[in-house]
Design a protein around this ligand. Structure first.
Ligand SMILES: CC(C)(COP(=O)(O)OP(=O)(O)OC[C@H]1O[C@@H](n2cnc3c(N)ncnc32)[C@H](O)[C@@H]1OP(=O)(O)O)[C@@H](O)C(=O)NCCC(=O)NCCS
Length: 146
């Protein structure tokens, strides 16, 4: 049932901003340079989620992963992440910061890492340098995208 496709959207997309706000995720940095956002569409064309990727030198920061509330718990979140990462240069590592969804990301191939092992360009993103609390869990993709 997880037939979704990702479509790139503008960083000023009103539905993206609303979904981030509803999910209590940051919006301050969504128009920053080097960010790319996608909306996830179901096979019948409905928007079911969003995700974003930020290039940080050779690596990437995954953020703004949202399955809209009515569609959660059906495997869409994991497919959404797989598809968002599928188009990236696989030589780079993928990081994220989360305050609430670490167990979800562990299930799909991420592992917690210490800040002192995170590349400077990733730490310099607004998410990691100022928006996310220092208590946020930083995770790195261990399993390569399939
Ligand atoms: C995290 C999120 C994207 C998962 O989307 P989803 O489509 O429900 O994910 P899936 O269906 O692929 O996986 C669901 C599984 O992950 C678990 N899960 C989802 N969110 C979780 C969370 N915050 N903490 C722990 N487990 C979580 C579910 O319990 C479920 O497990 P189950 O299959 O054993 O019931 C969705 O809950 C969401 O949009 N949350 C709000 C935004 C957010 O926190 N995003 C992550 C920060 S970038």
């Amino acid at each position: 049932m997880s037939a979704i496709r990702l479509e790139q959207i503008e960083d000023n997309d009103a539905d993206l901003r609303a979904a981030l706000t509803d999910a209590h995720l940051p919006t301050d940095d969504i128009e920053d340079h080097d960010r790319t956002f996608f909306r996830a569409l179901s096979s019948d064309g409905r928007v079911v989620g969003f995700s974003g990727v930020e290039r940080c030198g050779d690596d990437f920061l995954l953020s703004s992963v949202i399955t809209l509330p009515d569609h959660r718990g059906q495997g869409l979140g994991s497919v959404l992440v797989e598809q968002a990462l599928a188009g990236l240069d696989h030589a780079g590592d993928v990081f994220l910061a989360t305050t609430s969804a670490a167990p979800f990301f562990t299930r799909i191939g991420f592992s917690e890492v210490q800040r002192n092992s995170v590349p400077a360009a990733v730490l310099a993103t607004r998410q990691l340098s100022s928006i996310c609390p220092s208590s946020a869990t930083i995770m790195k993709r261990i399993k390569p995208p399939t």
